[in-house]
Design a protein around this ligand. Sequence first.
Ligand SMILES: Nc1ncnc2c1ncn2[C@@H]1O[C@H](COP(=O)(O)OP(=O)(O)O)[C@@H](O)[C@H]1O
Ligand SMILES: [Mg+2]
Length: 261
Amino acid sequence: MVRVFTFASGKGGTGKTTVTVNLGTSLAQFGKNTIIMDADIGMANLGLAIGLEDVPITLHEVLAGKANINDAIYEGPAGVKVVPSGISLQGFQQANPERLRDVLNEMVDRCDYLLIDAPAGISRDGVIPLAVADDVVLVVNPELSSIVDALKTKILTEVVGGHVLGVIINRAGVEKPELVSQKMEKVLGVKVIGTIPEDPNIRRAASFKIPVVIKYPGSGSSVAIKKIAASLAGITYDEKSVETKDKFIERFAKVLFRGKK
Ligand SMILES: Nc1ncnc2c1ncn2[C@@H]1O[C@H](COP(=O)(O)OP(=O)(O)O)[C@@H](O)[C@H]1O
Ligand SMILES: [Mg+2]
């Protein structure tokens, strides 16, 4: 049986797409049959994050009734399957978000994990991913405005009958992680399932359209993301051995490709 996670936030820019792409890639690396889907059909950027922005058939065409979901599933990094949304405004206008529920129902037998990148805000179509997921994960930055937005999203999820599993704190700074977690849990009333540090490697990897967990596997953000993926999948994650191996590969690759872009 598939487990469906939706990654949501109040405002845009907290890191939903980054988290969805990298958790999905990590789960695929762990050998799990995983699909990531861009349900942010208005401001689609999941495809862009992994170089799938030019594909002919996307979730837009499926939601417009012009294509079958099978034709909108692409192979992504580490074998993760990807359902991108289109970036054209016309495609967005023709897509009927009400169909999303049926599309998701069609996908449940095809994978172990389905990760949905939800749109920000509280639009009508935005609530479908909150309602249909087994678990909603709030992606929050450690700032008051982001926490307040997340609280609204949590309440909205509960209103539409969804379940909030917990919070991922993204772009954590120098403040002690335990203190930030405690504050977050107190305000939001849900547990913190992981903390991802602010890490320039995320943008660096994005410029190559490669997930950071593949491009810079030994970086702080990658290690944090892999830990979260392991906990979602119920896998024990041996941080030390993976970290050392990844750091070695990274160093080796640097020496090998020194001087090349
Ligand atoms: N932990 C992080 N450290 C540094 N930059 C990050 C981090 N997480 C996300 N970003 C950057 O923040 C921007 C917004 O992230 P994105 O995943 O697109 O957010 P959303 O999907 O919520 O709008 C992107 O440029 C991304 O590279
Ligand atoms: Mg996004």
